[in-house]
Design a protein around this ligand. Structure first.
Ligand SMILES: *[C@@H]1O[C@H](CO)[C@@H](O)[C@H](O)[C@H]1NC(C)=O
Ligand SMILES: *[C@@H]1O[C@H](CO)[C@@H](O)[C@H](O)[C@H]1NC(C)=O
Ligand SMILES: *[C@@H]1O[C@H](CO)[C@@H](O)[C@H](O)[C@H]1NC(C)=O
Length: 440
């Protein structure tokens, strides 16, 4: 009895000293990796994250769209108050690093986002195709460390380079509170580049996009594994297959500078198979030509995979044929999808509706991404599931844009040192997913 009381007292004492230590200025261990959560907006099928920015005593919580293809981080500064914010002057080194192209000024009351003689950088909102030049600034942001399973301590990242949007730029960003964008592209001021370089972590980051964030959030890991997807106790980082990341020597995004390669992530899809049978289309569409046209890129802002028309037509036709061989009943299509089925004829399994598997054969030894029903089909209305792919027209810049729905519940690790994309198998096969609570 007495000894258990002593133990309890000891336990409380150690808790007290721990919380004292946490609030006093004591040195945190260097983080092994940084974690940011991912939420999904079901209406718009977009993914966004949350971080804190600004003066440490009263940071602003910012929800920002995740854009794998964007080079920088920006948010609406019109109501942003922060004592630690600093604009970048025109022609400064910071400005050069951020590829600032012009000097901007402002005629209104000075505030973050409104100053004279300031470095101007491009920002692009993919939802209303809006390109603007806005003020480059820096501030302290706050992020959290992880051991791969749980989120631990908060860390300040001082002098984080970001830019200040106005309320016009953020219009139509999905989500009630989303007021910015977090770029993950191959650029010096993308979120992962800045975080890796500040904490001296490996130059890699991983995404685990959730199909829903109602019961748990997805993950951005910066700095490498382990990656734990509970209840599975396996470290997923140890069983990724890898395919080379391809650098497209031509810009493909909205912001193209002469002579600079694309900041987006491309991979080599060599073939597409449905139920193990190759879909036939012109192979030249799968390589990037001397003008940067063709090939396959990975996107988090395209909700569904977009296929160049001739690939799309053949793909849908082959899928319908294989579905009918499996007695899956076709029903009227629901736009924008080209093939829909009666979901009662495709019973649910651990990996979604039982439909023909789709395999993307990737460059590398035996590297394939197998898409099961949960990733290939979407419920368009009651009892109707549709093949979740979109016709991209006859002459898109990029032949295949792998979109969010197809990437959900896989781990995608972008390793910028080895220039490879690491890929897990569907987490659904292991009875887990990308939706987790990582708060200990
Ligand atoms: C910028 O300079 C103009 C002209 O000198 C001035 O009217 C304006 O108030 C300045 N803007 C800010 C934000 O200081
Ligand atoms: C999702 O986005 C739509 C469109 O912007 C918005 O109306 C809705 O409130 C958002 N949902 C959530 C949960 O933020
Ligand atoms: C998957 O997990 C659920 C809930 O955790 C459990 O009920 C079910 O039996 C598991 N299925 C398999 C195939 O492991």
């Amino acid at each position: 009895m007495a000894s258990s009381q002593t133990l309890t007292t000891l336990f409380i004492l150690s808790l007290l000293s721990f919380s004292y230590a946490a609030s006093a200025p004591f040195k945190l261990p260097k983080p092994k990796a940084i974690h940011l959560p991912i939420r999904k907006n079901q209406t718009t099928s977009q993914y966004y994250t949350t971080f804190e920015s600004g003066h440490p005593e009263s940071p602003t919580i910012i929800d920002a769209l995740i854009d794998l293809g964007a080079p920088s981080v920006w948010f609406d500064c019109t109501t942003y108050v922060s004592a630690s914010y600093k604009r970048a002057s025109c022609g400064s080194n910071r400005c050069k690093k951020a590829k600032g192209l012009s000097c901007v000024g402002c005629n209104s009351t000075p505030r973050p986002g409104c100053s004279n003689n300031t470095c101007g950088v491009f920002a692009y909102n993919p939802f209303h195709d809006y390109l603007t030049i806005q003020e480059l600034g820096e501030d302290t942001i706050r992020v959290y460390s992880t051991d791969g399973a749980y989120v631990w301590f908060s860390y300040d990242v001082p002098k984080f380079q970001l830019s200040c949007a106005d309320s016009l730029t953020i219009e139509r960003l999905p989500g009630d509170h989303t007021k910015g964008l977090v770029g993950l592209a191959r650029a010096e001021i993308s979120l992962p580049s800045q975080i890796s370089s500040f904490f001296k972590l490996a130059k890699k980051f991983a995404l685990c996009l959730p199909s829903s964030s109602e019961n748990g959030l997805g993950d951005v890991y910066i700095g490498g594994g382990p990656y734990y997807m509970l209840p599975s106790i396996k470290d997923q980082s140890l069983s990724l297959v890898t395919t080379p990341l391809v650098v497209n020597m031509f810009g493909t995004g909205p912001i193209i500078s002469e002579g600079e390669s694309s900041v987006e992530y491309f991979i080599n899809v060599k073939n597409i198979e449905i139920s193990g049978k190759r879909v036939s289309f012109s192979p030249s569409l799968l390589s990037i030509d001397t003008n940067g046209v063709g090939g396959t890129k990975v996107s988090t802002t395209a909700p569904y995979t977009i296929l160049q028309s001739s690939i799309y037509k053949r793909f849908v036709k082959d899928f319908i044929k294989e579905a009918s061989l499996n007695n899956i009943k076709r029903v009227n299509s629901v736009a924008p999808f080209g093939a829909c089925f009666d979901s009662k004829t495709a019973p649910n399994t651990i990996t979604g509706p039982a439909v023909p598997n789709i395999d993307l054969i990737l460059e590398g030894r035996n590297v394939r991404m197998t898409l099961y029903g949960a990733n290939s089909m979407v419920e368009a209305k009651k009892n109707v599931i549709c093949l979740a792919f979109i016709d991209g027209g006859a002459e898109p810049t990029t032949s295949i844009v792998l979109g969010g729905h197809q990437l959900e519940n896989y781990i995608l690790e972008f390793d910028l040192t080895s220039s490879t994309l690491g890929l897990s198998s569907s987490l659904l096969l292991q009875n887990t997913s990308c939706s987790h609570s990582r708060v200990y």
